[in-house]
Design a protein around this ligand. Structure first.
Ligand SMILES: [Fe+2]
Length: 306
């Protein structure tokens, strides 16, 4: 079993690095912490909310916009030497990154592999933390990078990868797609059916509902296309708004996500929800992005009329 601590970062390729930096700092509200060669690093964590400040939580690099990688850190870095064997034994190839690649990931050790869908994952040991506090150029109220939507070509198979080989737990199911927790947060990975690998959306938590709504109006005023919301997810109870970023990546702000504490773990049972609109948004907001729409069964006419 690979004991993950939390999701750590997302790395995204882009053909327009300058445009992505502009968006991440002026629209999304992240802090540009460094540029190295053809990569830009962004920070998002408020130490008083998360308890620590990750060196970075998002990287844009010059490359293929379909090239997405998700980083996770280990509960105990001493486990690092056993992670490769755990993946190998389960039939997944794992490669230890060389020193240069580790330095680019700001970690002492990096193991690179893929989930069954072909999503690129990296498991890092002793990732760097930041001394200086998070200080973004735009006050979007971001407190930390929290979760991703992750494409899956077979959600039942991929759930087994994350829960049997890694220590992820199912918090709830939407249809056949699991929402998986790694830390106490209701989900670090929300799985979505797809025909291709990739990150489906990237979530940052914001302080409160005022931040969600302020950003909704800010984004509209800036001409950023809203992808979904404002609305509320009944499964995690989070109030959210989704919007488009560079290369059609969808970003999300949300607040109030449910946490499942160590005490709750003793009795928590995942719930099954149908994949209908009211399971996705209890306020009835309809998503305007194809991968979310295709995950959803069409609303029945009688339901619409209620
Ligand atoms: Fe989300």
């Amino acid at each position: 079993m690979i004991n993950l601590q939390d999701i750590r970062y997302v790395r995204l390729g882009t053909r327009d690095l300058e445009g992505a930096i502009d968006y991440a700092t002026k629209i999304l509200g992240l802090q540009l912490v460094s540029r190295e060669g053809k990569s830009a690093y962004f920070r998002s964590d408020k130490v008083e909310v998360r308890g620590d400040t990750r060196d970075h939580t998002l990287v844009y690099f010059e490359g293929d916009p379909n090239d997405h990688t998700i980083g996770f850190d280990l509960k105990d870095p001493a486990d690092f030497d056993t992670v490769g064997a755990a993946l190998d034994n389960a039939g997944y190839r794992a490669t230890a990154a060389n020193k240069e690649a580790c330095e680019l990931r700001r970690a002492k050790g990096v193991l690179q592999s893929m989930d069954p869908t072909g999503n690129k994952i990296e498991i890092v040991a002793r990732p760097y933390h930041s001394g200086p506090r998070y200080f973004p150029g735009r006050d979007a109220g971001i407190t930390h990078f929290s979760h991703i939507g992750l494409n899956s070509t077979d959600t039942i198979r991929d759930e087994k990868f994350w829960t049997n080989i890694c220590n992820a737990r199912v918090s709830d199911w939407l249809g056949d797609a699991p929402l998986l927790r790694i830390s106490t947060c209701h989900h670090s990975i929300a799985m979505f059916p797809s025909t291709v690998p990739g990150v489906q959306h990237i979530n940052h938590q914001v302080e409160d509902i005022d931040d969600v709504m302020k950003s909704y109006y800010f984004l509209k005023e800036k001409g950023v296309k809203i992808a979904w919301g404002p609305g509320r997810h009944p499964l995690s109870t989070a109030v959210m708004v989704y919007f488009y970023g560079p290369d059609n990546m969808v970003y999300e702000y949300s607040c109030g996500v449910k946490h499942i504490s160590a005490e709750d773990e003793k009795t928590y049972r995942p719930r099954q929800f149908p994949s209908t609109l009211t399971s996705f948004c209890m306020w009835g907001s309809i998503p305007d992005f194809p991968s979310m729409q295709s995950a959803m069964e069409p609303a029945k006419p009688s339901l619409k009329a209620v």
